[in-house]
Design a binder for this molecule. Structure first.
Ligand SMILES: [Zn+2]
Length: 157
């Protein structure tokens, strides 16, 4: 199959998409309120594929860019997955807020930071080492997978 997806750079209109893509395992940098010139510079220096809803930016010389067509988040996710493939096999989820790869940890390490019922019912936990948020499949990356399944099934109808 194809190699890993390229690192991404999303512009200001795509913050919500960036969070979803991170949970799906994509390296998705996000720049809010940033002039196009600086977006272009970062994309070049870090070899990132730019995702944008700005036609002019998507056609900028010297960068790889994907113009995001839909406004609907499901459509946007579907377009990205179709264009560049899955983030990895299996994908490693990243923090939706920091874009940091999540680190698997023992239940004991998060006992004081998750609700008791989650501690009882979930067995797999990951943490973001930057913001210290705790993630688990039931409410986080697994729901992303369900979402993708739904999108793919809809596409086949
Ligand atoms: Zn984080």
């Amino acid at each position: 199959m194809s190699s890993e997806a390229p690192p991404l750079l999303l512009d200001a209109m795509l913050g919500r998409l960036a969070r979803w893509l991170r949970l799906m395992g994509y390296d998705a940098a996000f720049l809010a309120d940033t002039p196009d010139l600086l977006i272009v510079r970062k994309a070049r220096s870090e070899s990132r594929l730019v995702l944008t809803r700005d036609h002019a930016l998507s056609r900028h010389r010297g960068i790889e860019a994907l113009f995001i067509e839909g406004e609907d988040i499901d459509e946007q996710i579907a377009q990205v997955v179709e264009a560049i493939g899955p983030a990895g096999d299996p994908p490693s989820p990243r923090c939706g807020y920091c874009n940091q790869p999540l680190i698997p940890v023992d239940r004991d390490a998060v006992g004081d930071r998750v609700p008791p019922y989650v501690l009882r019912t979930e067995s797999e936990f990951r943490v973001c080492e930057k913001c210290r948020r705790v993630y688990w499949p039931g409410t986080h990356w697994e729901s992303v997978e369900e979402r993708i399944d739904t999108i793919e099934n809809q596409g086949q109808d």
